[in-house]
Design a protein around this ligand. Structure first.
Ligand code: GLY
Ligand code: MN
Ligand code: MN
Length: 425
């Protein structure tokens, strides 16, 4: 049976359950539409409502609505306006269309009368909210669907795998551009070209960081300056790709020359691969995050950046100076996919531990969840200043590693009972 057919069967099943749970007879799911910038007639790139994308694998959809009612074939009111300003691609064809009643409309005014259907919920952004507040994004329905989105269908895993394959082409081109001496901006362009994406198709802004810049976790600036070979030290790239609305999210770090930093990258890579192997069904992700702290503290001890044991560095909180972000997150229709702090269908929250406020995933891992494993180890001046003079830190070593910025290594993993699947290697 084809993967998309099974995917739609699963969505039909969980949406039927979710509606019964939340007490609704049906649901409208709105794609969303672009909204102009303040006092302007220009809009930022439109990001489709992920609930709509979950069903409809078509790019660039705006002002369209999906109607789902248990027992009926879902209907898509697909807006394809006759517009001489834009090229209109006919999105109503293709294999996906077999599973829907598709009604092509030429203007959003042709959308159906939403109030004509009794006891329906509305899932969509606030700009177009034709029903009452009480039935707009009701939490009982949203929580149920979000929790269901964590465990991916075979179709979704295929899509995230394809996104990874595209991203890896970009990463290979970026690595080559780095060793060729290109600027951050040139590396960024090489990446886009290799995975055949424009900026708007990327699931998030590329992080392309040379030398000390990897220490800025979400470094967003792309320097146009080419550095001479003798100044090049390190390169971190965190960049994904998009396939049918599903994201890849991969990070690699390279040293320009052999030496202590390149050895440190290799060590972290070994630990990262071990962490990926431990990401199996039933694993507590918070415990895995603590394990990552022990790993990076051990690396820092081994390279004589820390004088104390790894255990002491983690217990005292010292390791957080070097790894201030979480080990990873769910991945799917959104880069930081939903439900990371939720442990059941009714939305019970497990907050991150107080010492790790930025941990985005706190649940026990379930089969076919797709997660990232992204340990990092950074020399961040702002955080190091806060512990200036700390007796357990070898400050000469810190000064030696500071010009390299730091390391992050990130893969996308499909959780299995054993032998989880790494999509990024
Ligand atoms: N690229 C953002 C992240 O890794 O979470
Ligand atoms: Mn990333
Ligand atoms: Mn990530």
């Amino acid at each position: 049976m084809n993967l998309f057919k099974k995917h739609i069967e699963y969505l039909t099943q969980v949406t039927t359950e979710a509606l019964a749970h939340a007490g609704f007879d049906g649901v409208w799911i709105y794609s969303g539409h672009p909204t102009n910038n303040f006092l302007d007639d220009m809009a930022p790139p439109h990001s489709i409502n992920p609930h709509f994308k979950w069903w409809v694998p078509v790019p660039n959809v705006v002002s369209s609505v999906l109607h789902f009612k248990p027992g009926q074939k879902p209907t898509v009111y697909l807006n394809q306006p006759a517009d001489f300003w834009h090229k209109i691609i006919d999105n109503s064809q293709g294999q996906w269309a077999d599973y829907f009643d598709i009604k092509v409309i030429g203007h959003y005014a042709e959308l159906p009368d939403f109030k004509a259907e009794k006891n329906h919920a509305w899932i969509g952004s606030a700009e177009l909210q034709p029903l009452s507040d009480a039935v707009t994004n009701p939490s009982a329905l949203i929580n149920y669907l979000h929790f269901s989105r964590v465990q991916k269908t075979a179709y979704e895993i295929h899509c995230i795998g394809q996104a990874n394959a595209l991203a890896l082409k970009g990463h290979a081109a970026a690595e080559q551009a780095f060793y060729d001496g290109c600027s951050e901006f040139e590396i960024h362009l090489a990446y886009l070209k290799a995975c055949e994406h424009n900026e708007h198709q990327m699931p998030y802004g590329n992080i392309v960081a040379l030398n000390e810049n990897p220490a800025v976790l979400h470094y967003q600036y792309q320097s146009r300056e080419r550095l001479p070979g003798h100044e090049l030290k390190s390169f971190l790239i965190d960049a994904g790709a998009n396939y049918k609305g599903y994201a890849a999210d991969i990070t690699r770090t390279y040293a320009y020359a052999e030496g202590a930093f390149s050895e440190m990258v290799s060590k972290l890579d070994e630990h990262q691969q071990n962490l990926c192997k431990q990401a199996v069904v039933g694993q507590d992700y918070v415990a895995l995050h603590r394990q990552a702290h022990l790993n990076i503290a051990a690396v820092l001890h081994e390279f004589k950046v820390l004088n104390c044991s790894a255990e002491t560095a983690v217990e005292s909180g010292l390791s957080q100076t070097f790894l201030p972000h979480g080990l990873g997150h769910y991945l799917g229709l959104q880069v930081h996919d939903v439900s990371g702090h939720v442990t059941d269908h009714v939305g019970t929250v497990r907050k991150p531990p107080a010492e790790y406020p930025y941990l985005r995933l706190t649940d026990t891992l379930r089969e076919n969840a797709v997660i990232t494993i992204e340990p990092g180890l950074y020399f961040i001046p702002m955080l190091l200043q806060k512990i200036a003079g700390h007796k357990d830190v070898n400050w000469e070593k810190v000064d030696a590693f500071m010009p390299y910025g730091g390391i992050r290594i990130e893969d996308n993993v499909v959780v299995k009972k054993k032998d989880s699947i790494n999509l990024s290697r």
